[in-house]
Design a protein around this ligand. Structure first.
Ligand code: SF4
Ligand code: SF4
Length: 361
């Protein structure tokens, strides 16, 4: 018999509605993990609907005959005239044409945030307590994932308009004498890494300030870009913040629309470099505690993966606020947060933190 939960929507496969099922997905976490044809259909339908409003392809295209894009793990192979999953590349004459996200220009906005600021790494990074200085927050207007719970969904408007386009020199010039750190986020840096790397290089060599270079990412970029990002963060005192959404591949596909294979491979590489500068930590992991989907069980899996690489990698558990296609879910509860924290510690991690506590209900 179907269990009925307080949120009302039932899983279309098993009928369960507890602890929470998002209407947009119509699939509970257990059935998402189990996969299979019916679950795949629901997942495809949910993401196609969420993306159609922004003119984005429902899944990474595979129907082309020319060259695949290798900028990120999606490895899109669009047919002539079709765009890649991120919306920034199009197939033309057998090759891939970049509409933005090269070393010459990107879809991006930026602003200065006085330090200390709300940063995933603020509990381990001395830079976040640099009073009197600022963080140059660079918001990239595209992403290589399609998280139904996206907490920064407005980036999709920038992708749809392909605007504003900025040059790397403009971003570098915004790093003034008071800029203590540059944080690349969005959207996600993964779709526009050549730009972010170029702008960071200019900022570091311009002589106006020596900012820490930091990244907040889903970690799906080409490994070559990650290597350069790690080099920059290690030498500047910054860090790479990987958001690990789910460990189970089917659950990740259901929630984020694409595979987590590249993210996990890239995280493994990044962890291999922690010993080059143990403090302040150059690598920080985070996970959004999505009610019904990313609860203690999934957090335990993610934490075991991290602990298997290095038990001392800081792990931040972030409270979820109902957003985007998962507006009907409740916010993370105190109890869920505590269970997730215990699961992470139980997996062997030594540095676990709960962030966004003002959002906990
Ligand atoms: S950057 Fe990634 S998502 Fe965008 S077209 Fe290339 S492979 Fe696809
Ligand atoms: S990776 Fe981040 S910005 Fe991209 S869709 Fe997911 S939550 Fe949104």
């Amino acid at each position: 018999m179907a269990r009925v939960g307080s949120e009302g929507t039932a899983c279309s496969i098993c009928g369960a509605a507890f602890p929470a099922v998002a209407k947009a997905l119509g699939l509970c976490a257990a059935c998402a993990r189990a996969g299979g044809g019916a679950a795949e259909d629901l997942v495809k339908r949910a993401h196609a609907k969420a993306r159609a409003a922004f003119g984005l392809s429902p899944f990474p295209p595979r129907g082309g005959t020319g060259r695949a894009c290798r900028m990120c793990g999606n490895a899109c192979l669009p047919a002539e005239g079709e765009r890649g999953y991120c919306g920034l590349r199009v197939a033309r004459d057998g090759g891939i044409r970049h509409l933005a996200g090269t070393s010459r220009g990107a879809v991006v906005e930026f602003y200065h945030d006085p330090l200390p600021t709300n940063c995933v790494a603020d509990w381990v990074c001395a830079g976040s307590r640099d009073r009197g200085r600022n963080n140059l927050a660079v918001f990239l207007g595209a992403c290589t994932f399609d998280c139904l719970f996206c907490q920064n969904a407005q980036f999709r408007m920038l992708t749809a308009c392909l605007a504003p386009i900025r040059r790397p020199e403009e971003i570098a010039a915004a790093a003034d004498e008071a800029t203590g750190c540059i944080c690349w986020f969005g959207g996600d840096p993964s779709a526009q890494m050549p730009f972010a790397l170029r702008a960071s290089e200019i900022a570091l060599t311009s002589g106006r300030s020596k900012p820490r270079i930091c990244w907040e990412t889903n970690g799906s970029m080409h490994p070559g870009f990650l290597r350069r990002a790690m080099d920059m963060s290690l030498s500047s005192g910054g860090c790479v913040k990987f958001d690990l959404k789910a460990f189970d591949p089917n659950l990740h596909l259901a929630l984020c629309g694409v595979s987590n294979r590249m993210t996990l491979e890239n995280f493994t590489y990044a962890a291999s470099r922690v010993g080059e500068r143990p403090e302040p930590p150059p690598l920080v992991a985070s996970t959004l505690m999505v009610p019904g989907y990313v609860e203690a069980e999934e957090v335990g899996r993610i934490a075991s993966f991290i602990a298997g690489l290095n038990r001392d990698i800081p792990y931040s558990l972030l409270a979820f606020h109902p957003q985007h296609a998962m507006r009907d879910l409740p916010a993370t509860s105190m109890r869920q947060a505590e269970e997730c924290r215990e699961a992470a510690l139980g997996a062997g991690l030594t540095r676990v933190h709960v962030g966004n506590i003002h959002l906990l209900r």
